[in-house]
Design a protein around this ligand. Structure first.
Ligand code: 9WN
Length: 442
């Protein structure tokens, strides 16, 4: 561990212990009192550094919430959370009563999903445990979870990609994990909000300023889209026919490719059938082809596509670097890296640290404090760092890691950071931020 970050590892452990709910971890102490899907995957990656058993239980408790369709819901609820502490509690989603596929889960769940980091996390638990006393434990966790992970990826490759495009369709900005990113502005503008019951915003009580959270207009649309999904009884076919927000998400799709690469390795470790391995291989190829087709030569980025308007969503955000995460040709990687380190992203000389902001500061809709419209998110930095390492970009990966750790040393384990000042924003003691720090420091 690097001396200059002495004490940070222990601090990160303290955050994860504070948020430990007994076998699983809440995403943040107050703002997010439940178990979130992709948060848990990142948390498991961090916990792997403390032992395989607790890291594995982070994922198995999440997988207990899996629907029979294979979907891993974006929230598995905490039965002990104070009522009203999070805007949409289990009673609002009513998942088990509206959909038979959600009825068998021990804890209630939401009905959306989030990017599939889980197989990457599961493999990481094994890799860290390999050659230690935890290896058998990690191997039996992989054997137990393999079928769940395969079912999850199959769900994404089928229900979420009936076109066979290799790209995942999302039904709600929350599914992207990058909720108020300008990626979704145009698609959301086409959603006509109907009659909504009045609602309060508990999230605004847990941050310093409302500008750090999505606006009232955005929230109306978020809630309206959930109402429409409920009316469809969360049935994929009905949603596909009538839902006004259907978007091919390039970041989600790229994470799926990377997760499928991890699943191939897992399938070999657990001795899965060869035809599974072949099928996963086909998903990987299809995913890369789909992402290639989304590359926009003018912006030099990969763009999401609105299926309702059949138009690409033209805005420069971190999601545009999706092919770095999925893996791509050397030529495309070179072009993307040039842009990533240019003044349009991490090379902007006003930045406190050379870390990629969630939205390019050159975009008119960039906002340095507003959540996914500009701030730096450590988990996204971690994903890019991992991709750089896999691509053999050791020097760039090392710099990204160091700058990220400097950011955390100065601002703590915040949810996200103002890119120019480094001010910590959103929730304090955010679990996934502490988790990626553990991985970086171990
Ligand atoms: C809605 C928990 C989650 C993250 C998302 C982040 C934020 C929720 C919210 O918090 O979303 O899912 O209420 O704002 O955008 O990426 O998983 O940390």
């Amino acid at each position: 561990m690097s001396d200059s970050f002495a004490g940070m590892f222990e601090e990160a452990v303290r955050v994860l212990r504070r948020n430990d709910m007994g076998g699983w971890t809440r995403a943040a102490p107050e703002l997010y009192p439940h178990q979130w899907s992709w948060d848990s995957a990142f948390i498991a990656i961090g916990l792997a550094r403390l032992g395989a058993r607790r890291a594995a239980s982070e994922l198995t408790t999440l997988l207990d919430g899996q629907w029979t369709t294979g979907k891993i819901p974006h929230i598995v609820f905490n039965p002990k959370a104070p009522p009203g502490s999070y805007l949409l509690g289990p009673e609002h989603w009513a998942s088990a009563s509206l959909s038979r596929s959600a009825s068998g889960t021990p804890r209630p769940t939401s009905a959306l999903c989030q990017p599939p980091v889980h197989a990457i996390a599961a493999l990481r638990i094994f890799e860290v445990a390999r050659g230690t006393a935890d290896e058998d434990e990690a191997r039996s966790f992989l054997s137990g979870g393999y079928a769940n992970l395969l079912a999850w990826h199959r769900y994404l490759a089928t229900a979420r990609d009936p076109e066979g495009s290799g790209l995942v369709t999302i039904y709600h900005p929350w599914e992207s994990g990058t909720d108020n990113s300008p990626r979704w502005d145009e698609a959301l503008a086409n959603v006509k909000v109907g009659e909504l019951s009045p609602y309060a915003r508990p999230d605004l009580g847990f941050v310093d300023e409302p500008s750090e959270r999505p606006t009232a207009e955005e929230y109306d649309r978020y809630l309206w889209l959930v109402d429409l999904l409920k009316r469809s009884r969360y049935d994929e076919g009905r949603i596909y026919r009538s839902h006004p927000f259907l978007v091919k998400d390039v970041l989600f799709s790229a994470i799926l490719v990377a997760a499928n690469e991890a699943l191939v390795e897992i399938s070999r470790i657990v001795g899965a059938r060869e035809r599974d391995v072949e099928m996963i291989g086909r998903w990987i190829e299809r995913g890369r082809r789909g992402l290639d087709a989304c590359y926009d030569g003018d912006l030099g980025l990969c763009l999401d596509r609105d299926l309702r308007s059949d138009e690409p969503l033209r805005v420069r955000t971190i999601a545009g670097f999706a092919p770095l995460i999925s893996g791509c040709t050397d030529t495309l990687r070179e072009k993307l890296l040039l842009l990533l380190y240019s003044g349009t992203f991490a090379g902007d000389d006003r930045l406190r640290w050379p870390l990629p902001p969630s939205t390019s500061p050159r975009e008119a809709r960039f906002h340095p404090r507003a959540y996914w419209r500009g701030p730096v998110w450590p988990v996204i930095s971690w994903l890019l760092w991992r991709s750089l390492k896999l691509a053999g970009e050791e020097g760039r990966a090392a710099d990204l890691r160091r700058s990220s750790l400097e950011q955390l040393a100065a601002g703590g384990f915040a949810e996200y950071f103002e890119p120019f000042t480094g001010e910590p924003l959103g929730s304090d003691d955010q679990s996934w931020t502490a988790a990626v720090a553990l991985d970086w420091l171990a």
